[in-house]
Design a protein around this ligand. Sequence first.
Ligand code: C2E
Ligand code: MG
Ligand code: MG
Length: 792
Amino acid sequence: MGFRLRLASFFVAVLVIVQGLTALLVYQVARQQLIEEGQRQLQVASAAFSKQLTDVSRRVADSVNLLALDYALRSAFAQHDEATLLSALRNHGRRVGARQMFAIDAEGRVQADTAGTVAAGARFPYPDLIDHALDQPASAVVAWQGGAQWMVVVPVFAPNLVGFVAAVLPLDNRLLVQLQGQSTLPRQVELASRGGDGRWQLLAHGDAPADLTRTLLTPRAQLPTLPRTAEVAGREYVVQGLWLDRSEGSAPVAALLGYSVDDALRPYRKVAFAWGGISLLGLLVGLVGAWLIARGISRPVERLADAAGRIAAGDYTLADIASAEPGGRDELAQLATAFARMSDAIREREARILHQAGHDQVTGLANRAATEVRIDHALASQPDTPAALLMIALERLPEIIKTLGHDVCDRVMRQAGVSLLEPARGAEIARATDGQFSVFLAHANRQTAIATAFRIVEALSEPYHEDDLTLDLAPAVGIALAPAHGTHAGDLLRRAEVALIATRGSDEPVAVYDPATDPHRPDRLSLMADLREALAHDQGLELHYQPKLNLRSGRVDCAEALVRWRHPRLGMVSPATFVPLAEESGNVRKLTRWVLATGIAQAGRWQDAGLAIRLSLNISARDLDDNELPRRVSELLTIHRVNPGGIVLEVTESAIMGKPDAAIAVLRRLAELGVDLSIDDFGVGQSSFAYLRRLPVRELKIDQTFIRHLGTSREDRLIVRSIVELGHHLGYRITAEGVEDQAGLDGLAEFGCDHGQGYLIARPMDGAAFEAFLAAGQWSGPAVASNGAASA
Ligand code: C2E
Ligand code: MG
Ligand code: MG
C-alpha cells in the first residue's frame, strides 16, 4: 500500500470513527433527554387533563344548577309533568352540550330521559352520584352507551328536595380533539374502561390511531400509572395512564396518554441528516486533502528515492533535487537540500577516490592499472601501428632506500617523474612499480623508441641533489615493441621488464626485448607440462652417445650419454632448454632416474657384448640433494650387473660449489660404490683445486670455451696446458670437450690430455649408431698416431 493511500485511509478511518462515535453519543443523550422530557410532559399533561375534565364537569354542573332553579322545571317536578320536564331538559341539555338528560325523583327513580334509554320509574343506574349530589354537584366518568361520558348530577329544590337532574356529556373523540387543541395534551390520548373480567375496552382515542390501548392494555394488564417507555407499533413512546373520577355503577374508565419519542426526535433527525451531510462533505474534503498532502510528501520523497537510485548508478546530475522545493522551508525541502549536498560530497569524494585509484600519490603520475587500461585502449584502436613501451628503472633506488629511507626515495621518484616529462613529451607516462616508470609511445618504431630511451637515460643521468646529498640514479631502460612483442599492455610491460633486466649484465643502459633470451616465455609453461607427461609415460626421451677418444691409445673407449627429447609438436628439444626447465619444475630427479636407468642398462648390454666402453652420465646439481641417489645407482648396477668402474657421473663445477655437507656426502657415497665422479664444464666456475681435493673426483672435463680456439688462442693453450699438468699431478684424468678442429685435437695430444670429445671425433648419436660407429672403427688413427708420436 503506497504512502498516499495509507495516509488517506488513515484520515478517512479517523474521521469516520470520530463522527460515528459522536453521532451515537449525541443520539443516546438526546434520546435519554427526550424520554425524560416526555415523562415530565406526561405528568404535567395528565394533571392538566384531570383538571380540564373537572373544569368541564364544573361548567356543566353550574349550567345544570341554573336549570335546577328554573321555575318551570321545579313545578314540572312537583307535578310529575313529564312532557314539561322533557322539554325543559332538552332545552338545557342543548345549551350545555349534553347528549342526554335525566330527571330523577327524590327516591332515585328516573322520571324523564331525553334519550329514552331508561324507562320512567326505573332506578337511576348511578345511585352513589345521587347520594353525593345532596352536598355538591356530583360527577363521574362512566362507560355508558358504548362510550365514555361525563355523568353530572345536581339536586333540584322547590324549596324542599324534589329530585335530581343528570346530564350526560360525551367524552368522545371530538371532545378529546377539542381538549387537545386547548392544552398541551399529547396527541395520543385514549380512553378505555376495564370490565369485571379484566378486559379493556377502548372508548375514545381522539384523531390518533388507537394503538396504545390495543398494544398495552391487553386483558388483565395493569394501567401504567407512572410514566414508562414502551414500544408501540414499531415506535417508541413514553406512556402514562390515569384513572378518571368513577362511579360505583360503572366500570372504571382510564385515560392513557402517550408521548412519541420518535416524533420528538423528528427535529433531531433533520439535524442528523444535516450532520451526516456535513460529515460526508468533511470526509470528501478530508480525503482530497489527505491525498494532496500525501502527494505533497510522497512526490518529493519519490524524487529523492529516484535521485538516490541514480547516484547508486553513478549519475550525479541532480540539479533538479534542490530545486524541487524552490524556496521551501519545510522538512522535505531541508532533506532535498541535504541530499543535494550529500550527492555533491559523494561526487567529490568519488572523483578523488577515482583519481587516487588511477594515480600514484607520490609522483602524481598514472599508476600501473590505469596506464594498462589506456595502453590497451590505444593498442586496440591502432592494432597495426608500431608502438613501444619503455620500462625505466633507477637501478640505485634499492640502495637509496636501504641507506636513506623511503622518504628520500619518494622525493627522488617525484623528481625523476618530472625529469621524464620533457624527453617523453606526448607519451603516456606512469609509475609502473615502486622503482620503475613506464612510458608508452603510441607511434614509435624501434629506432624512435631507442632514441627516446636514450634521451630519457640522459635526462635521468643528471644526479639528484638534495641539501648536501648527491645521488647518481643509474637509469636503465627496457623496451618492448608492439605488435612484435605483444599486443596487450600486460605482455608489453612484462617484456620491457625482461629487457630491463638484460641491461644489468651489459654496459648499455638501453635494451630491446629479445624473445630468444627470455627465460619467462609463456611457452615454457606448457613445455614443463609436456616434459612431465614425457617422463611419466617414458615417451620421446632417448639417450644419445658421444664418443670420447683416448688420446693415448687413439681408440674410443669412453662415451658420454646425452639425453634427447623428441617433442611431439616441437621436434627435437635441446637439453640445454629442457634440463634447466626440469630443474625449475622439480622434475629433474625423475629425469635423472630415467637417464641412469637407461644409461646403466645400456652399459650392461655393452659390457655383456664385450665392448669395453666407460660410460659417462650427467647428473644435475639438484640430484645431490637426493639421499636416495647412491642407493638407486647401486641397485641399477646390481640389476644390470655392471662394473661400477665402467660408469662415470658428471656434475658441473658450479653444481658442487658451495654445496652443503649433505650434498658432498651424497657424492662420497657414490664414489664409495666404485663409480667415478667427473667435474663437468671445468674452468668456467670458481672452484679451486684446493676445494676439489676434498671431493672424491676422478676426472676433470675442461669446458668447451677453452678448447674451441685452442689452435689460435695462446691464452687458451696456456690455460688448458696448466689444467692438464696440474690435474695430472693431482691424479685426475683430464677430458677436453668441444674438440671441433684438428688443431685443437693436436694441442690436447701435445699437452698430454687423456680424452678428447667433440664434433671432430663424432657428434652424439643413438645407441645403434654408436655401436655401428665402434664396429666400423670410424675414428681412424692418423690424429692419434700423431698424438702417440707426440707423446712418444
Ligand atoms: P655437457 O654435459 O657439457 O655436454 C656437452 C655438450 O656439448 C652436449 O650438448 C654436446 O652435444 C656438446 N658438444 C659436444 N661436442 C661438441 C663440439 O665439438 N662442439 C660444440 N659446440 N658442442 C659440442 P647437449 O647434448 O646439447 O647438452 C647440453 C648440456 O645438457 C650438457 O652439457 C649437460 O649439462 C646437459 N645434459 C645433457 N644430457 C643430460 C642428462 O642426461 N642429464 C643431465 N642432468 N644433464 C644433461
Ligand atoms: Mg656433460
Ligand atoms: Mg660440458
